[in-house]
Structure formats: structure tokens, C-alpha cells
Design a protein around this ligand. Structure first.
Ligand SMILES: Cc1ncc(C[n+]2csc(CCOP(=O)(O)OP(=O)(O)O)c2C)c(N)n1
Ligand code: SF4
Ligand SMILES: [Mg+2]
Length: 351
């Protein structure tokens, strides 16, 4: 049995959001992951973000690869579209679905093994093409599902549960996402819901490729001394560059801040990301400065979290390809297949 259904009864007066759903409507069956796994906290943050964003569940498509992390879409948004792909292939399947139906909101959930090992090429091409999606990697530094081998994001010198030392250089997905052209790049920690929920909201509402690397400790295989992906290590080395508040479209801005204390960045859909800067020298609109800031802090063993880079004017793959505003899956056979005469004309024009 891979999941346990939750009891369907709930209190009739549970709070409903603007589209009439309760928080329970965004949940899935009971998780079968190990108790305390960081991945379950990320599922809870996704549920809260979608409930608070007033997104009708049927407007979301959640796609994943293979791994404990990739199992999690079963445990949230039970009434949304879902596709559990082959290991490392979530980005290409999501790209195809997005091109066929641009009306849905795409959520890609993956693991550090799924995205930084077998799926590295897929991750790279989704980022560089600007596929509109919220791409979340639940990063625990190990292949949890196959019993805790080091993954490519494990830091050099970090120790396995049995004491083996990792001698390989790490793949930094945040650095890669920045270099490859992602237009929304963030890092967070599964143990920091206050930071993670607004980051997920901003990613869902972003108009291009949004990537969030969430450090998500594996309590069974990688939560010991010597691991740099344990709860204790991340709590002790977390360097948040900013706190963000997500302000939906047309909502009144109520909190008052002293000048210079916050930066408001409006996204293409009219929502605002309010950044409360914790490090005044950090500029989240400068891709290359962000890269060198992150690298310098990483050298010192610090984990830089928060919204690391944002291009509020991002455009996505549909704009680059100049696709029709009507989703392709809404066209009938007549429009999609104009017949052999039309094809002959095109061929003749190319001769
Ligand atoms: C093509 C293929 N190769 C290898 C595997 C075995 N396998 C399953 S999950 C996994 C790694 C999962 O690691 P990660 O993505 O980090 O997820 P986690 O379990 O840590 O959340 C591997 C190697 C597979 N299922 N398919
Ligand atoms: S093995 Fe690790 S990653 Fe997998 S469910 Fe257990 S704690 Fe989570
Ligand atoms: Mg992993």
C-alpha cells in the first residue's frame, strides 16, 4: 500500500478561501515518509501557499520524477492533475504539458538525485528555456529512497552515516540556475516555514522559470554530525539575505516600514514581493553579484537562503516561441491538421 486515505469528515465551519475551498481541500492522503522527514514540511508549505493564493486545485498540474521527494505530490493537492514521471525526466514531461496547455499552473517537484544526477541535463534545459513553472528541489544530499548514498549535492568532506567521507565536488543547483538564466532563484530550509511559504507563492505567480532549492533533511540517512544537510547544521549556518512577504494582486499594502528598510518588486501579474533586506549589501536583481555573494559565503560553510535573484519582467517559453494565446489542447483537429494541400504549399515555399 503506497498511501493511506484521510478521513473525509471535517468541521463544517472550517475557514474557506476566496474560491470556496478549505485548507483540507489542498491536502492528499496520509504521507508514508519517515516521521520527521523534511519533505513532509515542504508538502505542508505547498498546501498553505496554494490555499492562501486562492488557487482552485484543478488549475494546478504537479509533476515529479522518482525518489522520496518525488513521491510527495501524492500527499498534497489531491484534487490537482499529477504525473509521476521516470527518474530525472520531470522537466521534459512538464515542458510538453505546459506547451499543450498554458492555462494550468505547473509545479515541478524533484530531489537532488533526480535533478542533479540523472536529470541534470533536463534541469538545465528547463531553466535555460524559461519554462514557466515553480521547480522545487527537496535537497537532502543523499539518495533517500535507495538507502542513503551520497548525491551530487553532498558537500566535499561531509560524512555519511557510517563515516565515509565524500571526496567529490558538489553540484550547486542554485548557482547553475543563476548561470542558466532562471528568472526567479531562491534557497530555503524545510524547517523555516515562515520563509518558505512566501517563496513558494512568489514562484507560483512568477512569469518564467522559478527555481527553489529547499534543504530538506533526511532523518534516516543524513541527519548526523558531519552532514551539512542536517537540521542542526542548517540551523547553525543559515544566512538569510532577506525575508519576503507576498502581497497578492490589488491587495492594500498595510504594514508601514521606514524608508530603505524594504524593497517592493512588482511581478508581471500585479502581485508584489516585498523584500525586507537582512543584508544591506545584497542586491537580488543582479544575477552575477548574487552568484559571487553565494559562492563567497558557501566557501565559509554558510547556507545563504531567501530570494536570491528575481527578474520581475521575465518572459517564458510561450513568448519566445510566439505560441497562440489559446492553449493548443483547446484546438480541434481541423485547426491542428490543415490537410495535405496546406502541407504541400509549405513544402513548395521552402524549395
Ligand atoms: C532510471 C533509474 N535509475 C535509478 C533508479 C533508482 N533510484 C530511485 S530513486 C533514486 C535517487 C533518489 O534520490 P533523490 O532524487 O535525491 O530523492 P530522495 O529520495 O533523496 O528524496 C535512484 C537512484 C531509478 N528508479 N530509475
Ligand atoms: S529515507 Fe530519508 S528522504 Fe526518504 S522518507 Fe525517510 S527521511 Fe525522508
Ligand atoms: Mg535526495
Amino acid at each position: 500500500m503506497t498511501y493511506i486515505a484521510k478521513p473525509r469528515m471535517h468541521h463544517p465551519e472550517l475557514t474557506r478561501n476566496k474560491v470556496g475551498y478549505t485548507r483540507r481541500d489542498y491536502e492528499g492522503p496520509v504521507s508514508t515518509l519517515c516521521a520527521g522527514c523534511g519533505h513532509d514540511s515542504i508538502s505542508a508549505a505547498i498546501i498553505q501557499a496554494c490555499f492562501e493564493l486562492d488557487i482552485a486545485p484543478h488549475r494546478v498540474a504537479k509533476l515529479s520524477g522518482i525518489g522520496c521527494s518525488s513521491k510527495t505530490p501524492t500527499y498534497f493537492l489531491g484534487a490537482s492533475h499529477g504525473f509521476n514521471t521516470v527518474h530525472g525526466r520531470m522537466p521534459s514531461v512538464l515542458t510538453g504539458a505546459n506547451l499543450a496547455n498554458r492555462d494550468l499552473l505547473y509545479l515541478g517537484v524533484s530531489g537532488d538525485g533526480d535533478s542533479a544526477s540523472i536529470g541534470l541535463g533536463q534541469f538545465a534545459n528547463a531553466m535555460r528555456r524559461g519554462v514557466r513553472m515553480a521547480y522545487i528541489v527537496e535537497n537532502n544530499g543523499v539518495y533517500g529512497l535507495t538507502k542513503g548514498q551520497f548525491s551530487p549535492t553532498a558537500d566535499r568532506g561531509s560524512k555519511s552515516k557510517k563515516g565515509a567521507i565524500n571526496r567529490d565536488s558538489p553540484v550547486d543547483l542554485v548557482g547553475l540556475a543563476l548561470q542558466l538564466g532562471a528568472t526567479y532563484v531562491a534557497r530555503s530550509f524545510s524547517g523555516d516555514k515562515a520563509q518558505l511559504v512566501p517563496l513558494i507563492k512568489g514562484a507560483i505567480e512568477h512569469g518564467g522559470a522559478a527555481f527553489i532549492d529547499v534543504i530538506s533533511p533526511c532523518v534516516t540517512f543524513n541527519n548526523h554530525g558531519g552532514s551539512t544537510k542536517s537540521y542542526d547544521y542548517v540551523r547553525a549556518h543559515n544566512e538569510a539575505v532577506s525575508r519576503i512577504d507576498f502581497i497578492p494582486q490589488h491587495s492594500p499594502i498595510t504594514t508601514e516600514y521606514a524608508p530603505g528598510e524594504v524593497v517592493d518588486v512588482e511581478q508581471h501579474d500585479g502581485s508584489t514581493l516585498r523584500l525586507r533586506k537582512l543584508h544591506t549589501d545584497y542586491d537580488p536583481t543582479d544575477r552575477y553579484a548574487a552568484l559571487s555573494y553565494i559562492n563567497a559565503h558557501q566557501e565559509r560553510g554558510e547556507v545563504v537562503t531567501g530570494l536570491l535573484y528575481l527578474d520581475p519582467l521575465a518572459v517564458d517559453l510561450h513568448v519566445s516561441l510566439n505560441t497562440s494565446d489559446t492553449p493548443l489542447n483547446k484546438f480541434g483537429v481541423k485547426q491542428l491538421c490543415p490537410g495535405s494541400q496546406a502541407l504541400d504549399k509549405i513544402n513548395a515555399a521552402l524549395r
